[in-house]
Structure formats: structure tokens, C-alpha cells
Design a binder for this molecule. Structure first.
Ligand SMILES: *[C@@H]1O[C@H](CO)[C@@H](O)[C@H](O)[C@H]1NC(C)=O
Ligand SMILES: *[C@@H]1O[C@H](CO)[C@@H](O)[C@H](O)[C@H]1NC(C)=O
Ligand SMILES: *[C@@H]1O[C@H](CO)[C@@H](O)[C@H](O)[C@H]1NC(C)=O
Ligand SMILES: *[C@@H]1O[C@H](CO)[C@@H](O)[C@H](O)[C@H]1NC(C)=O
Length: 541
């Protein structure tokens, strides 16, 4: 059953497929085996999804513009896909690894992704996108470092640590999925994990040295607060943007979000608590890890520091996250050289989340449209001109008052449109939205209902550019996004029950041009499924 291959064979085969990817940028090759395996993050054995026997999966370390060739062998008993949250796959939504873009890898088969880290830096992660697999693992960190000659706005840290945090269930992912398929909701999570551990995760630091922590919330449901006893954190990066370096005693990380902070081991030699706790829930789950000074012989002690209680604290922390306009991003020029606040908005889209029932089963919706996957990836239907898979414009771009209805929701948008999207949340829970293929400017975030007058409070100068944003209860969040990446892109709730039960859509960023400057052709190794089975790939160029 295990497909065994020699590394060199993979290398040669892959290179021959990849003519479309710019040749001069470096290549990094990975071969991943995805299997079930026993893990015990809560001290009792349960089945997890492992990548190369690891939970969490192996970390990807790349540099801006690297090409990653990742051959994924699915040794599970179910179709499987990996998606890359925050990696933009420019001109290449075929590689996005969600069911609107890419055919699932059947059990026992493999698919080789070709991703380019084009013009990107920052902290991201990958995750399994189908079948509620994310509840079992299969996720891992991605760090994209700056090229050697591009200035980074802080001294090189002594080391960098990945901190994957997330809520966790001891229930098998298939059982959770059955509960949702049967019309139920997810129960409350059982624990919060730090780097796959329910307790005792340890980071080692040398006295006096400064470290970069890359923190991502890879969980399913809960916003989390991160803090370290007696240590302040300096915020330096959010999903690929270098920020104003605010000093924080704790940090809210909503589902799907990533942040980098610097910490300095400037306290007396001892061990300190690393604390992660769930936010805005009646029952707070708290997990601790250890910041271990290498010269310490004293275990952690003292009270575990509390999280700030109020929602307004969280709001104001979020509004204070801003771009350092003079610092470089992936390119040498300053991040502030693109004046997003001076571009004319060509379209306003308002997206309202809601919960409801379809056929007496729990569902979630965006502008009343509750997403159901089609039998064929939408991107492949487009490519092969297959009709009857979806209709562009099947979801309204404004909230409606009609009851929730089932549909394969696709919003049509023009390539190069400059769009304002207002997320309206009239529900009582924090929402978290992610847009594949893009980074967007978070221009506003307020309690209450959005109106055109709300634009007066927009930050049109130094809003942070990121790919995942929260919307507080009974509040709105507004973003600006330049639709410069042609393709079929998933816009989804990062709350995994909501995503699974319909709170997502695809944005078809469309151009009549068929130029390779705008979009790559289908990869020659693309798997075909549904109504695309039996179609033939054309030559790549
Ligand atoms: C599966 O792996 C082999 C090498 O072992 C490779 O040649 C082939 O292209 C891969 N299949 C896909 C669909 O990428
Ligand atoms: C912004 O980045 C520059 C480097 O370009 C750095 O010198 C400055 O301290 C940073 N400013 C803030 C407020 O973080
Ligand atoms: C934006 O719109 C205004 C008013 O219609 C126009 O005067 C201005 O030139 C436009 N700016 C750009 C950058 O297109
Ligand atoms: C799909 O239709 C377009 C426009 O009619 C055409 O240019 C293109 O070649 C067709 N694609 C395929 C794969 O047949």
C-alpha cells in the first residue's frame, strides 16, 4: 500500500512538469506520506492524521520566490487534500487544494503540488481541507523568510520557534463529521493544544537572547489568547506584513490567524508559564507550556497570568495592529509604497453570516446562500468548459432577507477590480474569515451595524495587510482588496463547523484574457474527477 519511490525519480519527473514555474528561482522538494497513527495529545491514545509520522506535520521553511514541489501520498482510507492558508499561489488556483479547485487525492494515490512563494514573506500554515480531517491533524507551519539582501526591520533573533495553538477534540474526526452530517453541532472542545501537546510543550531560551515566535491558531472553533508569564512580546509580523512593533502582554489569535512576536529572555533564571486560553466562551480552557531558561533549575511557579477579560480590549488590540510603512516586505521597497487608501473602490460587497436549518439540519450561510460542494472542482469546470457545475452569480453580493438555501455559491468578480468587502456579523460569536489567493487591507472594525458613514473611521493610511480577519459579535469588519490574482478563490469561515456546513463561497476572479501572464494553465499532472474525468490535458505551453 505504501507507494515507495526514490527521491531522484521524483525530482526528475517533477522538474519536467514545471515549465510554467519561473526557472531561476530555487526549488525545494518534499515527499509526504499521509497516514493514520496513534497520538495522545491529551494523555489518552487517539487516532491522528500524521505526515511523515509527525503530528503536527513537518514545518516548511522557504524563502521568498522559492518553488516548493510537494508530492503528497494519501495513505488514508478517504480522499484527501492539503491547502496552504496564506500562500497565494499567484495565477495558479489549480494548486490551492480545496474542493473548488483541485480533485481530491484518492486513497492510495498521490498528487504533486507545485507552489511558488511568489513575492511573499511571513508566517502561515498548511492544513487538510476535506472531510473534517483538520480535527485529526495533518497541519503544520510554513515560514517564508526574506531573501538575504532584503532588510528585515529587527535584528536577527537567536532562533525562531513555531507555536501552533488550537482547540482539540478527543473524538475521532469521522465521528465529529457524522454528528455534523446528521444535523448536529460540534460539542465544546476538550482541550487547547500547543504544538500538538495538551501540556508541557517547552521552548528553550538562553538568558539575554531574543527569539521570534511564529504563532498560528490551527484549531477548529475558538479564538485563543497567548501570553508568557513575566515576559512582554513585541509584535513584528502579521501574515506577511511587518507591523508597527507594539509591545504586548498578551495576544488574541483568532482561528486561522498567524502572528510573529519577539521575546527576550531578560528575567531571572527560572522556568515560566506559556499560557494559551480560549476566548469569549462560558467555559475557559487553559493550557500551559514552559519557557525554559537554559540556566534554570527552578520549575514553573506562581500564578498563571490571566487573559484580559473584555471584548473591547480585544477590539482595541486589533485596531492597533498596523503596517510599518517604512519597513520592507518581500521586496526592497517600503511596504507603504502602495497607497491603497488612494485607489478608487470599484465595487462594494457585503457579506453577512447567518445560522439556520435546511431540511431540519443545522446549516450556516453567507447572504442566505449555504455552500454545498459540486461533484467537480469549479476551477476544472471552468477550464474544460463543463456546464451545469455551478452558476457565476449564484450568491448575492449583498445580504438578503430570504431563508437559507443550498447552492454551490460562486461570486463573479472582474480581474483588477478594487473591492471593498464588509463582513457583517449579527450573531453572538466571533467570526473569522479567510480569503485564499489574497492579502487584504483591514480598514475598519467596529461594534454595531455598518453604514456608508462608517467609512469615516476607515484607516486609509497604515492598515495591516493580511489574509485572515476576525469579526466581533454584532459588529462589522471592512477590508479593501485588489483583485489582481486571476482564479477561483475560496472565501471561507475559519470556524470549521461553519465552513463544513456552508459558510463559504468561491470568488471567481475573471478575465477574458487567456494570456499566461494572467493565469497559468492546468498542471499536466492535475487529477481529474467528477464531470472532468475523461477530459484531456492539453500541453502545458
Ligand atoms: C505521483 O508520484 C510520482 C513519483 O513517485 C510522480 O511521477 C507522479 O507525477 C505523481 N502523481 C501526481 C498526480 O502528481
Ligand atoms: C519601522 O521599520 C523601521 C525599519 O525600516 C524601523 O527602523 C522602525 O523602528 C520601525 N518602526 C516601528 C514603529 O516599529
Ligand atoms: C478616483 O475617482 C475620482 C472621482 O471620480 C477621480 O477624480 C480620480 O481621478 C480617481 N482616481 C484614480 C486614481 O483613478
Ligand atoms: C473553453 O472555451 C473557450 C472559449 O470558448 C476556449 O477558448 C477554450 O479553448 C475552451 N477550453 C477547452 C479546454 O476546451
Amino acid at each position: 500500500m505504501a507507494a515507495k519511490v526514490k527521491f531522484s525519480a521524483v525530482l526528475i519527473n517533477c522538474l519536467s512538469l514545471l515549465i510554467a514555474v519561473v526557472a531561476e528561482d530555487p526549488y525545494r522538494f518534499f515527499e509526504w506520506r499521509v497516514t493514520y497513527g496513534t497520538i495522545s495529545p491529551m494523555g489518552v491514545k487517539q487516532q491522528g492524521i500524521l505526515i511523515n509520522n509527525m503530528f503536527p506535520g513537518p514545518e516548511i521553511r522557504a524563502v521568498t520566490n522559492d518553488n516548493l514541489i510537494i508530492n503528497v501520498f494519501n495513505e488514508l482510507d478517504e480522499p484527501f487534500l492539503i491547502s496552504w492558508a496564506g500562500i497565494q499561489n499567484r495565477k495558479n488556483s489549480f494548486q490551492d487544494g480545496v474542493y473548488g479547485t483541485t480533485c481530491p487525492i484518492p486513497p492510495g494515490k498521490n498528487y504533486t503540488y507545485a507552489l511558488q512563494m511568489k513575492d511573499q514573506i511571513g508566517s502561515f500554515y498548511y492544513f487538510p481541507s476535506l472531510g473534517f480531517h483538520k480535527a485529526a491533524g495533518g497541519f503544520g507551519a510554513i515560514r517564508v523568510s526574506s531573501r538575504p539582501k532584503i532588510p528585515v526591520p529587527f535584528p536577527p533573533p537567536a532562533d525562531e520557534y513555531t507555536v501552533l495553538i488550537g482547540d482539540w477534540y478527543k473524538t475521532n474526526h469521522k465521528d465529529l463529521r457524522v454528528q455534523l452530517d446528521n444535523g448536529g453541532k460540534l460539542p465544546l472542545p476538550d482541550r487547547v493544544l500547543i504544538n500538538g501537546r495538551g501540556s508541557g510543550a517547552t521552548l528553550n531560551v538562553q538568558p539575554g537572547k531574543t527569539y521570534r515566535l511564529r504563532i498560528s491558531n490551527v484549531g477548529l472553533q475558538n479564538s485563543l489568547n497567548f501570553r508568557i508569564q513575566n515576559h512582554m512580546m513585541k509584535l513584528v509580523e502579521v501574515e506577511g506584513t511587518h507591523t508597527i512593533q507594539n509591545v504586548l502582554s498578551s495576544l488574541d489569535v483568532h482561528v486561522g490567524q498567524s502572528y510573529s512576536v519577539l521575546i527576550t529572555a531578560n528575567q531571572p533564571a527560572k522556568d515560566y508559564y506559556i499560557v494559551v486560553s480560549s476566548r469569549f466562551t462560558p467555559k475557559v480552557l487553559t493550557t500551559t507550556g514552559v519557557l525554559h531558561y537554559t540556566n534554570s533549575n527552578k520549575p514553573v511557579s506562581g500564578p498563571i497570568p490571566d487573559a484580559p477579560a473584555s471584548m473591547s480590549w480585544s477590539f482595541s488590540q486589533a485596531r492597533d495592529i498596523r503596517t510599518n510603512l517604512t519597513a520592507s516586505g518581500p521586496r526592497p521597497n517600503p511596504q507603504g509604497s502602495y497607497h491603497y487608501g488612494m485607489v478608487n473602490v470599484t465595487r462594494t460587497i457585503k457579506l453577512a453570516n447567518s445560522a439556520g436549518d435546511i431540511n431540519d439540519k443545522q446549516r450556516y450561510a453567507v447572504n442566505s446562500a449555504s455552500f454545498y460542494p459540486a461533484d467537480t472542482p469549479l476551477k476544472l469546470a471552468d477550464y474544460f468548459n463543463i456546464s451545469g457545475v455551478y452558476k457565476p452569480g449564484s450568491i448575492s453580493d449583498q445580504p438578503t432577507n430570504i431563508p437559507i438555501f443550498p447552492v454551490t455559491s460562486v461570486l463573479q468578480a472582474d480581474h483588477r477590480a478594487f473591492v471593498e468587502i464588509v463582513f457583517e456579523n449579527k450573531e453572538d460569536t466571533v467570526q473569522s474569515w479567510h480569503f485564499d489567493g489574497y492579502s487584504f487591507f483591514v480598514v475598519g472594525m467596529e461594534l454595531g451595524e455598518w453604514s456608508p458613514a462608517s467609512r469615516k473611521v476607515y484607516n486609509l493610511n497604515d492598515a495591516v495587510s493580511r489574509c485572515t480577519v476576525q469579526v466581533y459579535p454584532r459588529s462589522w469588519t471592512a477590508i479593501y482588496v485588489a483583485l489582481d490574482n486571476v482564479g477561483m478563490w475560496n472565501l471561507r469561515s475559519e470556524l470549521w463547523e461553519r465552513q463544513y456546513l456552508g459558510q463559504q463561497l468561491y470568488v471567481r476572479v475573471y478575465t477574458t484574457s487567456t494570456s499566461l501572464r494572467d493565469e497559468y494553465r492546468i498542471p499536466t499532472n492535475a487529477l481529474l474527477c467528477g464531470k472532468a474525468s475523461g477530459h484531456h490535458h492539453k500541453g502545458l505551453l
